[in-house]
Design a binder for this molecule. Structure first.
Ligand code: 5RP
Length: 236
């Protein structure tokens, strides 16, 4: 089974959670793309939903499928967000932002009663950090912000290097919000909560790709079927 087939399987499970009248957050990336495509089929068949996309790319896809869209200004509370992830650990802590949409993805997920992640099994890890952690920073003074990020990494007991994300043409990658992304290559993150707290206290850091205590259900597609991972957030 190809990795696209696996992503499709996970998306098919998530589409089962969608009920008429729901307000949905639409994730970004190649796995979320499958979900949006399936949702488009349901909408075409008459399903009534209202959706907030997490990126311009997803908005364009949703518009092409005539999926009804809204904004968080008009609809600040959502029922369900379905999104992909770059890494998922067993407590459903995530690294996201490989596609550069982490800020809007986190805002939309936090506005939702539930965040469900869909992924193939390659995304499941014992410890977060092999995937470079994206940190969105404002462009002003970003070299100074980088120096502060370095001290946060040290204080959180991690080690590694960082790189300004570049676009295909070699120029700095610019997010939908007009910011830069610095990717932290740490190998492993033992103290994710501490690192996240430290990074978010730095002026210039807009958001990190650590999604901690946000996702409560994940569908992980394997060649042997789709595994369900769940944590009870009502006791958090
Ligand atoms: C985009 C994201 C994506 O959800 C993440 O990068 C996974 O993407 P894909 O499904 O293409 O592997 O966080 O910012």
């Amino acid at each position: 089974m190809s990795s696209e087939d696996l992503k499709r399987q996970a998306a098919l499970k998530a589409i089962e959670l969608v009920e008429p009248g729901m307000r949905l957050g639409l994730g970004t990336g190649s796995t979320a793309r499958h979900f949006v495509e399936l949702l488009g089929d349901r909408v075409k068949a008459g399903l009534d939903v209202l959706c907030v996309p997490t990126s311009n790319a997803t908005r364009i896809q949703a518009e092409s499928l005539a999926i009804p869209l809204t904004t968080l200004e008009e609809t600040p509370e959502l029922d369900l967000t379905v999104d992909g992830a770059d890494e998922i650990d067993e407590d459903l802590r995530l690294i996201k932002g490989g596609g550069g949409a982490l800020l809007r993805e986190k805002i939309v997920a936090m506005a939702s009663d539930r965040m469900v992640v869909i992924a193939d099994a390659s995304k499941q890890v014992a410890t977060l950090g092999a995937f470079p952690l994206p940190v969105e920073v404002v462009r002003f003074g970003f070299r100074s912000t980088e120096a502060w990020i370095e001290s946060c990494i040290e204080e959180a007991g991690a080690r590694g290097s960082m790189a300004l994300r570049l676009a295909a043409g070699g120029e700095p990658f610019i997010t939908d919000n007009g910011n830069y992304i610095i990717d932290l290559k740490l190998g492993r993150i033992n103290e994710a909560e501490l690192l996240d707290e430290l990074l978010r206290s730095v002026p210039g850091v807009v958001e990190t790709g650590l999604f901690l205590g946000i996702c409560d259900l994940a569908y992980i597609a394997t060649p042997d079927g789709v595994r369900t991972l769940q944590v009870d957030r009502s006791v958090d």
